[in-house]
Design a protein around this ligand. Structure first.
Ligand code: ADP
Ligand code: MG
Length: 224
């Protein structure tokens, strides 16, 4: 619990700063990307350089949009929602990536479970976690998504993959800004997810066996 407290305090300070910077970077970035595309369309530049520029600009854009999620929500619109359509949307969004990686996604939940959430933020968390599961199975596998209701009206959503797993010594690093073991990773997905789930008065837990797989358990308050 102490570890978690330290992490949350660090995250709110770092998060506010990061979101502020991301916000400032967004406008010049949009301009740069627009002019680069224009050069590409008009053929007024070296095509291969422009290709690299657009790739790198897209990467900056991805980092910026991840960091923007950390911004203090203006009007916090927490609403009651059905969990089922939220999870289905997320699965649909990642279907082609899963197919390309020979990953099968299975879902098991009872209808009628409701959560109190900011829909887009909760979706972002599920996307981050599910994407990590898919990326942990480069040679294919399956993710089992299961949702249930606890006695004290919490919604528990589990994502269990049979991918690479995480060494025990690295578990504490999850959610640290820029911690990534991937070539093209940003190391921001879990930091953002921790922050969002904290805003939802919930928790995220990781259990993993190296070489066997990982289970991510997200708990958020449900509606009685
Ligand atoms: P990124 O995906 O950009 O690397 P994340 O914050 O989403 O950043 O994840 C951080 C790191 O946590 C990943 O690089 C990976 O090493 C590890 N990780 C997260 N989820 C899983 C998982 N399901 N299986 C194995 N490793 C994982
Ligand atoms: Mg990720």
């Amino acid at each position: 619990a102490e570890e978690m407290l330290r992490k949350t305090e660090m995250l709110s300070a770092v998060g506010q700063l990061a979101a502020g910077i991301a916000h400032e970077i967004r406008n010049p970035l949009t301009a740069l990307k627009g002019f680069t595309k224009l050069m590409s369309n008009k053929g007024t530049g070296n095509e291969s350089y422009i290709g690299i520029m657009l790739n790198e600009l897209n990467r900056i854009e991805q980092i910026v949009s991840e960091l923007l999620v950390l911004a203090k929500p203006q009007a916090v619109d927490f609403v009651q929602m059905d969990l089922e359509p939220i999870l289905h949307d997320v699965i649909m969004l990642l279907e082609s990536q899963a197919n390309m990686n020979n990953v099968e996604m299975n879902i098991d939940l009872k209808p009628g479970m409701r959560v109190v959430c900011v829909e887009n933020q909760l979706k972002q968390v599920f996307i981050n976690v599910l994407k990590n599961a898919i990326e942990a199975m480069p040679r294919g596998g399956e993710v089992n998504i299961q949702a249930s209701l606890s006695d004290n009206h919490n919604i528990i959503v589990r994502f269990a993959d049979n991918g690479s797993g995480i060494p025990e010594s690295k578990l504490a690093k999850l959610g640290e800004p820029f911690y990534s073991t991937k070539d093209k990773g940003t190391g921001l997905g879990l930091m953002v997810s921790y922050k969002i789930i904290e805003n939802h008065q919930g928790s995220i837990r990781f259990e993993s066996v190296e070489g066997e797989g990982t289970t991510v358990t997200i708990t958020i308050p449900g509606v009685a």
